[in-house]
Design a protein around this ligand. Structure first.
Ligand code: XIL
Length: 358
């Protein structure tokens, strides 16, 4: 674990003003604003960050660059987390919508925010079939191979030394678990594109941990088996891969059992991999009963799944896919730890309990 080392790097950096990069880099989606210094983190131990640090784990959130300068959002992130993932800003489609005109501003803003607060960053994600620039669609196989290589070299090279880890390939296994997902990468480059991507990423940033990230393979089942087999064969072939992210987008009333998550994590750890819970959120719309019952079911799910991670020595990080219910990617549900007014929900106490072993 490098929490301590990175945290001290970050503390030195915290002398710098928040978001020292140019104003255009501080917005995202065309909303540049001057950086607003955030209120200092209160010296409380009742934060996820303090509790996680005491266990040597990272506790993270997916963040949006354009929101970091809002006091409530930025203040909550700064207080509660020590590991940030860009929710969309470091994806290929976001960085290079126009070929050759890469925009690293929003991603850089997230990195500088993280450094200011002594946090690490996970780069997300170098290859994902849902964030491919439109211009990539028409390329011939050989042009696509060159474009993928240039993209990985450029992006992982840009963030070299500044991210703790990269999700190199995201969601490459088909939902039925029968094989690889039929993406533009697979169609034009063949199944070997996954190994190629990891090798390129290692070359571009030898210091970053390299992850495969997916959903639906958290517990037992065909997809989980397929992800396991894929990782096992990549490792057997000498592909540089360090970890696996289990996304963990689940529902309070429909989720893999704790036991199945624990045994899946154990077999992945036995391959020598670090395990992250990488995108956790817990939907509640399907839970019957009152609001309080929904919130309690959500708390129970968060608490027991985070406890499964803590019981596994190789499970080194839990990242939530967002901060408050005001900005969740799941429309119409309230799956996160903070409500839309940034008040901590029962789920927050559940995660704290798990981190403290209660
Ligand atoms: C989602 C983001 O939350 C959205 O803002 C974006 O528009 C689409 O992507 N799995 C992943 C994430 O690996 O990158 C996805 O994030 C959610 C599912």
């Amino acid at each position: 674990m490098t929490v301590t080392k990175s945290a001290s790097r970050g503390r030195r950096a915290s002398l710098a003003v928040i978001c020292v990069v140019a104003a255009t880099a501080c917005g995202g989606r065309g909303s540049p604003t001057a950086a607003t210094p955030l209120p200092p983190s209160p010296p409380t131990t009742d934060t996820l960050r303090a509790a996680a640090q005491a266990t040597g784990r990272r506790i993270g959130a997916a963040v949006q660059s354009r929101l970091l300068n809002e006091a409530r959002y930025g203040g909550t992130v700064a207080r509660e987390f020590n590991y940030l993932t860009a929710e969309y800003e470091m994806k290929w489609g976001a960085i290079e919508a126009t070929r050759g005109a890469s925009d690293f501003g929003p991603g850089d803003n997230i990195v500088s925010f993280a450094r200011s607060y002594g946090m690490d960053v996970k780069g997300h994600a170098l290859l994902w079939h849902q964030s491919v620039p439109a211009w990539v669609g028409g390329l011939s196989p050989s042009d696509l191979r060159a474009a993928v290589a240039a993209h990985i070299r450029e992006v992982a090279g840009h963030y070299r030394g500044r991210v703790h880890a990269w999700d190199v390939v995201n969601e490459a296994v088909s939902d039925d678990g029968l094989g690889l997902r039929d993406t533009v990468f697979r169609q034009k480059l063949g199944d070997g594109y996954i190994a190629e991507a990891f090798r390129l990423a290692r070359e571009a940033d030898p210091g970053a941990l390299l992850f495969y990230n997916d959903y639906g393979g958290e517990g037992s089942g065909a997809k989980s088996n397929r992800v396991y087999d894929l990782l096992r064969s990549l490792i057997a072939d000498g592909v540089p891969i360090d970890g696996v992210g289990l996304q963990m987008h689940v529902s309070a009333n429909g989720r893999p059992s704790d036991g199945s998550i624990a045994s899946n994590m154990q077999r992945l750890a036995s391959l020598g991999l670090i395990v992250h819970i990488s995108e956790m959120d817990v939907k509640v719309n399907g839970v019957g009963g009152s609001i309080d019952q929904k919130l309690d079911a959500q708390k129970a799910a968060y608490k027991s799944i985070v406890a499964v991670c803590l019981a596994q020595p190789r499970c080194e990080a839990v990242t939530f896919w967002g901060v408050s219910d005001a900005h969740t990617w799941i429309a119409g549900d309230t799956p996160l730890l903070f409500d839309a007014q940034y008040a901590a929900k029962p789920a927050h106490a559940g995660v704290l309990d798990a981190l403290r072993g209660r």
